[in-house]
Design a binder for this molecule. Sequence first.
Ligand SMILES: [Zn+2]
Length: 273
Amino acid sequence: MPELPEVETICRGLQPHLESRRILRVKVIERRLRCLVDRKLAQSLEGKTIVRVGRMAKYILISLSGDVVWLVHLGMSGKLVHVDPETPKQKHDHILVSLDSGQELRYHDPRRFGLSLVVVANKLYDLPQLKHLGLDPFDARFTGSYLHSFTKRSDRRMRDLLLDQQIVAGIGNIYANEILARVGVRPTTRSWKLKRAKIEEIAATIPEVLNEAIRWCGTSFSDYRDADDKFGEFQNHLRVYDRGGEKCRLCPSPIKRVAIGNRSAFYCPSCQK
Ligand SMILES: [Zn+2]
């Protein structure tokens, strides 16, 4: 599932191809995504110029002329790729967008948990999907004291608290586990037990780990590809995630895998206390 670094990588990859380009035609092949794609999608997008490609948490925000925004979420397995129109169409290519550059943008999503919505720009943050989102980890307001205001009064496990999109938006299971590995905290630790200084360290480590993943163009396990349909490489640099039974990168201990809720957590029993 694409998390913040993958979505950021896709946005950065799309920016040079999409910004200042005009949308000529839109063809919706399959409307049944997480929510039905609006029948008027083509009508809303055709003729508009793409002003900016940005990101909010795991949402891709394509700002268009006429003060409208095309919001795309990749769900579990979505891809938004920029291709030559001669590239053979694939099964699960659901939305095709022709640009005045002669190139094409394709939304591909085998599991169809993605989302495509067009909204008036000033109503964007009224959308139920965005309204309750917590701070983006790269937001200047995301600080140790902000995070501490949640951790100090919560009995939740630290891994789960980092997954709470209403606190910090964009972190999924891969990066929550990696962030905690960097700071030597077990994913199972109850958040109130962590001292203020440790929370400060976690808050500072979050953007560091995400930036590192962005530099490696994200993590590809199965479906994720960047805007040019290439794999990310951060999976080769993961310290703990999906490494149950393998040797820790810092000590001889094997990485432990535990189930928290219905998702696995990973840690080194020696390096993480
Ligand atoms: Zn270790």
